[in-house]
Design a protein around this ligand. Structure first.
Ligand SMILES: [Zn+2]
Length: 416
């Protein structure tokens, strides 16, 4: 077989015990093994980690980069929703596009190649953000696969006219339907309506769910029930679920079994949850991060994601999923190499399961999508925040970040 290009001495994530050569042909992985065809041009990766691109399962491009436009002092969820609702009245398609593009470019430079972004729709913003992000999706398809999840951040049942805009967004081609049941008085009513829309349009479901620290009422039980009843198991994700951080371990394991059985996946969003949760405390502040690695050990499909970037929900953000996995490991007190590798998987391989991706992975025949990190193992990437050095999508290089080098005095020419 003739190969276009070979990366020698690669350590593929999940098979890090050995180094292999990765050969590509016509934008696909064509051969993986030792001593591939010496005739093709090659690069030596020096035993570095190669993975099939990071995956952002839950981010909000439309409301990223709003610092400076919003006044926030309390740092609570209600304040953030109110501040963004006010800012939203000034959104235009060009403005949404420009801010989303800035965030998307950062994500690409951090090695992210797949992304599910939530997009707010309501009777005031209409389809403005959807249209902006549909254009962005097309313009950046060379670097990243973007899918759009429409959701009613300010409520669905209690916001007259919002249902019509949700339907219009799905008719306009939105890929996934979402919800924020805590915004309506009848949370189960919103959950039921979102499942109706999912069935009508044949799309996956992704809720913002069970935010807060009081686990006496859990909407996730209703989501599990409807996932099973509608046959949507394996197509449903729930994000935040911070109430899971407030239940004792035996109950958490019981809930994990329920989620796994119903095929409901969980996304933890540590940057936002750490920032917003527990504001009523002035000391011993609860962490409020769902223990995704424990859920994962009990067969729940789990991911970690960025959620918000430079806005009142999270005034931080470099779009690095390596940093998010490190932040999670630190907060969740994960310290073993196997545990850190699992944190890496929650921004890559298990995230691919959550998004039901069919062509994710470094294997012969798959599209040549890959990112090279300046480290040897997944655990090292998480513990040492290893930077992504370059990435390819369908065999074409999408970004390059030169590895840093130290200028040791002995290597400098002697002064005259
Ligand atoms: Zn979110």
């Amino acid at each position: 077989m003739s190969l276009d290009h070979i990366f020698r001495n690669a350590r593929i994530a999940g098979r890090e015990d050995e180094t292999v050569d990765i050969g590509m042909s016509a934008g696909r992985f064509a051969a993986i093994g030792m001593g591939l065809d010496a005739g093709a041009p090659f690069e030596d990766l020096g035993g570095r980690l190669v993975m099939p691109g990071f995956i952002e399962t839950h981010i909000h491009l439309d409301k990223s980069c709003l610092l400076g436009r919003c006044v926030c002092e309390k740092g609570t969820l209600d304040e953030a929703i109110g501040a963004v609702a006010a800012a939203k009245t000034g959104f235009t398609q060009e403005d949404v596009y420009a801010r989303a593009e800035r965030t998307l470019r950062k994500a690409i430079l951090q090695g992210t190649q797949r992304m599910r972004t939530h997009v707010e729709v309501d009777p005031r913003i209409g389809l403005t953000s959807i249209h902006a992000l549909q254009k962005l999706k097309q313009d950046y398809a060379w670097a990243i696969d973007l899918t759009l999840c429409v959701f009613p951040q300010e409520g669905l049942l209690d916001d007259p006219g919002c249902d019509d805009v949700m339907v219009a967004a799905l008719e306009a081609g939105a890929d996934v339907v979402g919800g924020a049941p805590y915004m309506d008085a009848d949370s189960h009513g919103q959950i039921a309506r979102v499942f109706e829309l999912a069935q009508r349009f044949g799309v996956d479901v992704d809720f913002h769910l069970d935010f807060g620290l009081d686990p006496s009422h859990l909407d996730l039980l209703e989501v599990c029930r409807l996932a099973e009843k509608t046959g949507w198991s394996g197509r449903v994700a729930i994000g935040h679920v911070t109430k899971l951080s407030a239940v004792p371990r035996p109950q958490l394991i019981e809930l994990a079994r329920r989620l796994a059985g119903a095929g409901v996946a969980v996304t933890a969003l540590p940057a936002t949850d750490l920032f917003l949760i527990g504001r009523e405390h002035d000391h011993n502040v609860p962490r409020g991060v769902a223990l995704a690695h424990v859920l994962l050990e009990h067969s729940v499909t789990c991911s970690l994601s960025t959620n918000n970037v430079l806005n009142p929900f999270t005034p931080f953000g470099d779009c690095s999923l390596v940093r998010i996995s490190n932040l999670y490991a630190n907060v969740a007190q994960v310290g073993t190499p196997a545990g850190m590798a699992a944190c890496f998987d929650m921004v890559s391989a298990t995230s691919a399961r959550l998004l039901n991706l069919k062509d994710y992975g470094i294997r012969e025949g798959a599209p040549a999508n890959m990112v090279v990190l300046d480290c040897a193992t997944r655990a090292e990437a998480v513990s040492e925040l290893a930077p992504p050095l370059f990435g390819l999508k369908a065999g074409r290089r999408t970004f390059t970040r030169p590895a840093v080098s130290l200028h040791l005095p002995a290597l400098e020419p002697a002064a005259a």
